[in-house]
Design a protein around this ligand. Structure first.
Ligand SMILES: *Cc1c(COP(=O)(O)O)cnc(C)c1O
Length: 470
């Protein structure tokens, strides 16, 4: 299996190389040159496999340059009951109205990003060790991504993580989650500024080619192909869990921001998994809902991005969307160049003529929620089913309830646990105790490690120089 860029100007590459890449050199995103096709017979054989065994079967179709036993080892170290809280890893449950929920949030940081990031941590360690390389991850986070990356890479050989966050802007839970890590290769840097300032510093460091080269600076953002491929697995697991035979079809409803999660669903569907619809759920930041309703993709700047109660979806330029549009445009790389030149110019594009194709051939549908919708959904589910949803998952449930067709089985992906968003839960249902996994009971009282720096790239570079000693 070789990988190609959506812009068509990058030499074909094997998985191990793509794993450590961000954007392709031509500015595009990497994708398999063709999606593996799963026959009915194979699908039948896979039904009933354990999560790690299923992950091995699926991932070995995409990862052809790592010996099978090594890949199996990476996967078995990753998808354990200890890390994900159950043998099923992503168990599916059913609400009283028949909507199903697939739990993807029982990993170390209580958000679905662990599903991919935990794999990435082990895969990075393996590839770096094999090639005798070092990698220093520099990232900016407003919460979820940073902690998932730190928990995935803590204690890993050959890797340091420098994670910038806006000082005083994360919740006390999120701060404690990241800053309580005592591993020597994890470096929390709180910047006196906003999230955008942190991102600007990351860009400034990345743009210093000499520094980047000398200190082997890399990233683990949502365009990383290794994350997408790990996510493909749980669509198969969810499908098997929600059905008794391969004659049945299932729809997935996915709380979306950067289009990374649902992009993996699109790939699973292209491989032949019997998915009826892929439902994109957004919050008030609804560029994706707008696309699937009108065909117009009009990314917005940060000044037009709302701060909402589902903060991990506060995204107005979906970094993985190019992967889907590439398929939608029959993999015409020149066309993608043209469309993204429009995006770069701040204009966006109108693909209204493809709307029917996106719906019929690719199964896409969409919906959105407001803050009031999410509160009402959290309250209703609490009253009807006695369970607490996090605001991102609530967004998906709201949309699924709204657009469900008669007889349609919808699996909503649970992307975080309520414990991470106590304030919103209290707003929805009053001051009740929000349950937390026992291991996190005293999280906020643990000692914390963080360096606070003025909003300036040079300070961050100095920390990197000092830590890596050169
Ligand atoms: C990252 C995240 C999302 C959005 O996922 P994308 O892959 O960016 O579409 C939704 N919910 C939660 C809790 C997240 O952390």
């Amino acid at each position: 299996m070789k990988y190609i860029s959506t812009r068509g100007q990058t030499a074909h590459k094997p998985f191990s190389e793509v794993l450590l890449m961000g954007l392709a050199p031509d500015g595009g995103l990497m994708l398999p040159e063709a999606y593996p096709q799963i026959s009915g017979e194979t699908l039948q054989k896979w039904r009933g496999l354990s999560y790690p065994d299923l992950a091995f079967e699926i991932m070995s179709l995409f990862v052809t340059d790592i010996p099978a036993d090594d890949l199996r080892g990476i996967i078995e170290r990753t998808y354990t009951e200890a890390a994900f809280g159950s043998k099923a890893v992503t168990p599916v449950r059913t609400l009283s109205d028949g909507i199903k929920i697939q739990a993807l949030s029982n990993g170390p940081t209580l958000a679905f990003k662990d599903m991919a990031m935990q794999f990435l941590g082990n895969a990075f360690e393996y590839v770096l060790n094999k090639e005798g390389k070092q990698l220093n991850i520099l990232g900016a986070t407003s919460g979820d991504t940073g902690s998932a990356a730190e928990y995935a890479l803590r204690g890993k050989k050959g890797v340091h993580v420098f994670m910038l966050s806006p000082e005083g802007k994360m919740s006390s839970f999120q701060r404690a989650q990241m800053f309580s890590l005592q591993d020597e290769n994890i470096h929390n840097i709180a910047v006196e500024g906003m999230f955008d300032d942190c991102q600007d510093i990351v860009k400034a460091v990345q743009n210093d080619a000499g520094f980047k080269e000398q200190y082997k600076i890399g990233t683990v953002n949502s365009i990383n192909w290794g994350r997408i491929v790990a996510q493909v697995v749980y669509y198969f697991a969810g499908y098997f869990n929600a059905t008794t035979s391969n004659e049945q079809k299932v729809s997935f409803c996915v709380p979306s921001g950067n289009f990374g999660n649902i992009c993996a669903g699109h790939i699973a569907r292209q491989m032949g998994l019997p998915i009826h619809r892929l439902i994109v759920a957004t919050n008030e930041n609804d560029v994706l809902d707008e696309f699937f309703k009108t065909g117009r993709y009009l990314p917005r700047g940060s000044e037009h991005t709302y701060v909402t109660s589902s903060p991990s979806m506060d995204i107005s330029k979906a970094s993985n969307f190019e992967r889907f549009i590439f398929d939608l445009m029959d993999r015409d790389a020149a066309e993608i160049e043209t469309l993204w030149a429009e995006v770069a110019a701040g204009k966006g594009f109108d693909l209204g003529f493809t709307l029917e194709k996106a719906r019929r051939q690719y199964g896409f549908a969409s919906g959105k929620s407001t803050h009031a919708d999410r509160l009402a959904t959290i309250k209703a589910v609490y009253e009807q089913d006695g369970e607490l949803l996090d605001p991102h998952t609530a967004d998906g449930i709201k949309v699924a309830r709204e657009i469900r067709e008669p007889g349609e089985t919808i699996v909503c992906l649970e992307t975080a646990l309520a414990a991470k968003f106590e304030a919103t839960i209290h707003e929805a249902v009053g001051n009740i105790a929000v349950p937390r996994p026992a291991r996190l009971e005293n999280l906020e009282t643990l000692p914390q490690r963080v360096q606070v720096v003025p909003n300036n790239a040079e300070n961050v570079k100095n920390i990197i120089r000092k830590t890596l000693g050169a």
